[in-house]
Ligand binder design. Sequence first.
Ligand code: OAD
Length: 253
Amino acid sequence: MESNAAPFSDTLVERLANARRVGVLTGAGVSAESGISTFRDAGGLWSKFKPGELANVEAFLNNPDLVQRWYQERRQISGAAQPNPGHYALAALEKEIPEFVLVTQNVDGLHARAGSQTIIELHGNIERNYCIDCLKSVAALDEIKEGQPAVCENCGGFVRPDVVWFGERLPATLLETAMGFATRADVFLSVGTSSVVYPAAELPLIARDYGAYVAEINREKTEIGHMLNETVLGSSGIVLPQLLEAVISLRKS
Ligand code: OAD
């Protein structure tokens, strides 16, 4: 028999309904229901492609047009994708909470398209490009032909996506802001991330250390799940709207 019980605790709903500051960290799982591949699930991007050949600066310098074309393809996929109910529920939750910060590892821009306002894009945004030499930002790239990498109009340098690659530091100010908020949050949600990439994975743990009620929402318990207050098992596109509804109805009761 199927149970109609909510997949989350009453405590989580109560804490959210009474929270002044809520932080959220999202990962690729949040966009899975929009048709965008995650990295580490079966069939995910890192099972088909080698990060070492695509997502680091040496790989880019060795083969710029290959890397540019790979990002161009991902850009087309995310550009054609639509936000899903999970993205929309987070945008709506933001309106219910006095101070709300959404930290995302995703580069697909779907949170902004769903209406979220305060977003920290820790790993960059695939829509933006810049020149590796003069750092000038470069608007949308045309089709990139094999052996003909896109170059900067200004100085002729190679154009790269504005995303964080392996071996690169995260933008310091964004990371500091995210960490600072985690220390002050009353509730922190970690949604659709495998929690294996640091420093992003540290945010829920920082929040926990500083006294927040921390829940992860994921199809499976992650490596850090045992250190959090709660693991909510399920798809974010289903769980987040349910959680939002529960918070709103508790507030009304
Ligand atoms: P991963 O692919 O590592 O993890 C995706 C997580 O989402 C897994 O834990 C899944 O169980 C979960 N998941 C899948 N579908 C879901 C759904 N519908 N609802 C809820 N959870 C779901 O992706 P990230 O944790 O985002 O970094 O990966 C972190 C970073 O690793 C990425 O930002 C990227 C990658 O290398 C860079 O490129 C710098």
